[in-house]
Write a protein that binds this ligand. Structure first.
Ligand code: PLP
Length: 293
């Protein structure tokens, strides 16, 4: 069965799908992206991802390339053509193709829009039972990490370091010695008294859509949360640790830099949040809107 990708108005066989060599996304990383989980045919937190896409674009003086309804239709059509109900949906929007130059070209330039889907089984993941390892690496990124840009080379390098140490995620550490976030996730710890701790969402980190949902869920569950910075040392001594993202959902971390976290097993608070988050994205809490694929 051929796979399809959406590229600038057309559904193309994935193997031939391409953008122009002068595309500013390719040449200058002048673009943004979103990743949305499609779980059992439901696009998880679609509205949150669309809100952030619009915001990332606006921060770079770009409009949405099409209205949300059209984007919603294209995502669903691509999932249908690729015959998948469980997949990661990637959306890349760049400023478009133009003669290579640094400043923004004319406002009339047609933006490039690419969408791809990759099948992914969100159920029965061994990492939920066993947890995963993380390592810390220096955060060498720029200062606008709140924008979800395609300029991901620092994260590429961080993930490579993680893989080389047999770890699943790299937690990045700023120049003052505090954890910012994971290379492709938000970083959380749970203290001995059961308080959730995650970094404040300033320009230092990406405000995860999953992070926002977890904040709402933990309020309902009356779990205390502190939005503040923490060091790798505090994480080593924490009761629990986990990552959150559209793809990782809520992934327990049981070892950081070789230090066992808590009893070395996925923690109770982490697993509770995972269950509640799954109920939320699976639609059991009835809170999501307009998202059936
Ligand atoms: N932080 C970074 C650097 C990320 O790349 C991601 C997701 O890719 C996140 C946080 C989590 O964001 P979300 O929950 O919206 O997927």
């Amino acid at each position: 069965m051929p796979r399809y990708a959406y590229v600038n108005g057309a559904y193309l066989p994935h193997k031939n799908a391409a953008v122009h060599i002068e595309d500013r996304g390719f040449q200058l990383a002048d673009g943004v992206y979103e990743v949305i989980a499609c779980i059992h045919g439901h696009l998880a937190d679609e509205r949150g991802h669309m809100d952030r896409l619009e915001r990332s674009l606006a921060e770079l003086d770009m409009p949405m390339p099409m209205d949300r309804q059209t984007m919603a239709i294209i995502m669903r059509e691509l999932l249908r053509r690729n015959r998948t109900q469980n997949a990661n949906v990637y959306i890349q929007v760049t400023r478009g193709a133009a003669k290579r130059d640094f400043p923004y070209p004319s406002k009339d330039l047609q933006q490039s829009v690419v969408m791809t889907t990759w099948s992914f089984n969100y159920d029965n993941q061994p990492k939920m039972e066993k947890g995963v390892k993380a390592v810390t690496v220096p955060d060498i990124r720029w200062k606008r990490r709140d924008i979800k840009t395609t300029a991901l080379i620092a994260q590429v390098m961080a993930k490579q370091k993680a893989v080389e140490q047999d770890a699943y995620e790299a937690w990045m550490v700023d120049d003052d010695g505090f954890v910012t976030e994971g290379a492709s996730s938000n970083a959380w710890i749970v203290t001995k008294d059961g308080t959730l701790v995650t970094r404040k969402a300033t320009t230092d980190i990406l405000r995860g859509v999953t992070r926002t949902a977890l904040d709402a869920i933990r309020q309902e569950l009356q779990i205390k949360m502190e939005e503040r910075s923490f060091t790798p040392q505090e994480a080593y001594e924490a009761e629990e640790a986990f990552n959150s993202s559209a793809v990782a959902l809520v992934t327990p971390i049981v070892e950081i830099d070789g230090h066992k976290i808590g009893n070395g097993k996925p923690g109770k608070v982490t697993l509770r949040l995972y269950e509640e988050y799954r109920a939320y994205v699976d639609g059991l809490r009835g809170e999501q809107i307009g998202w059936k694929a």
